[in-house]
Design a protein around this ligand. Sequence first.
Ligand SMILES: *Cc1c(COP(=O)(O)O)cnc(C)c1O
Length: 376
Amino acid sequence: MKKIQMVDLKSQYEKIKDTVNASIQGVLDTNTYINGPEVHKFQKNLEEYLGVKHVIPCANGTDALQIAMMGLGLKPGDEVITADFTFAATVETIALLQLTPVLVDVDMYNMNINIEAVKNAITPKTKAIIPVHLFGRAANMDAIMQIARENNLFVIEDNAQAIGANYTSNDGSKKKVGAIGNVASTSFFPSKNLGCYGDGGAIFTNDDDLAHALRGIANHGMYERYHHDVVGVNSRLDSIQAAVLNAKLPHLDDYCKARKTAARKYNEALSVNKNIVVPAFDYDGDDHVFHQYVIRITNGKRDELLTYLQNKDIPCAIYYPIPLHSQKAYLDSRYKEEDFPVTNQLVQEVIALPIHTELDDEQIKFITDSVLEFLK
Ligand SMILES: *Cc1c(COP(=O)(O)O)cnc(C)c1O
């Protein structure tokens, strides 16, 4: 059996090596390393793929969140509501801009932001909501967009984990995740569903004025060379990374499909055990592209399972072990433990099993057999 990895970037690369190498060679031949034609081409390719008017490439997914909030003109003291159960980048950028992060609990069924909790957290200072499409599953965007309309709030989708996922609205219309809110951010970190071979990120929006603002902010606040109209940052996607992304984007749908296929096989094997809760598929039309395959272990033996699997050379991980509201950097007297029952339970029960585009049946069987053997 091939050695099991959490993400197998090497085997994936082997299959597309010729296109990737040629694409990178093209950059080396033209010596246009920053904002070259490859970056422009990638921008157009991604706009077309997502069905959005504007893609603004930038240096990473964390910058993308920060630039999105700067572009919306959020001011210190403005409150931004986001999920307690997510990667820290989401809350970090809110705090860095001296906005006030307001963390709220998530739902058990999809591990995404809880709608009632969002409603209860709204104050006159609330300016934006950041839903995170966690682990690759679309958040409940219909409800979030409705709350935003009713309360005049911006919606920033943190789409670092769900690029390629579709969302079907109650009215039947389908959109790509990230094309629904006022603006969205994504990351091309190597292990993400569309990963480059270094750092990379992008912001998307359908709003022409906002897109213009964002482009300038990502480039030192310049709209005309050496005229700095606003305070900006230096956040660029380099041409070599864009070349990798141009070679990989045509495979994204197949990559999502391969992840879903692996997840379905995991689900079939694991759902027989009453101590395991497997992720649901396509709940109410919200797609899941399985950036992570996360199950819950409900008999209190999650940590023992982790050690057991690691001893068998099966990599696995806890995303995320500590709720953000309990992290030292983000403590706030407004938080009460009883406001976060779901997150507090999830951090005890979740475990992520290996998932990537190259997982084969033999590996999946070995992993599921091992999990079942431990929990029998
Ligand atoms: C990866 C990730 C980010 C940050 O992306 P980087 O490119 O690593 O800066 C932000 N939010 C979420 C939910 C992520 O998973």
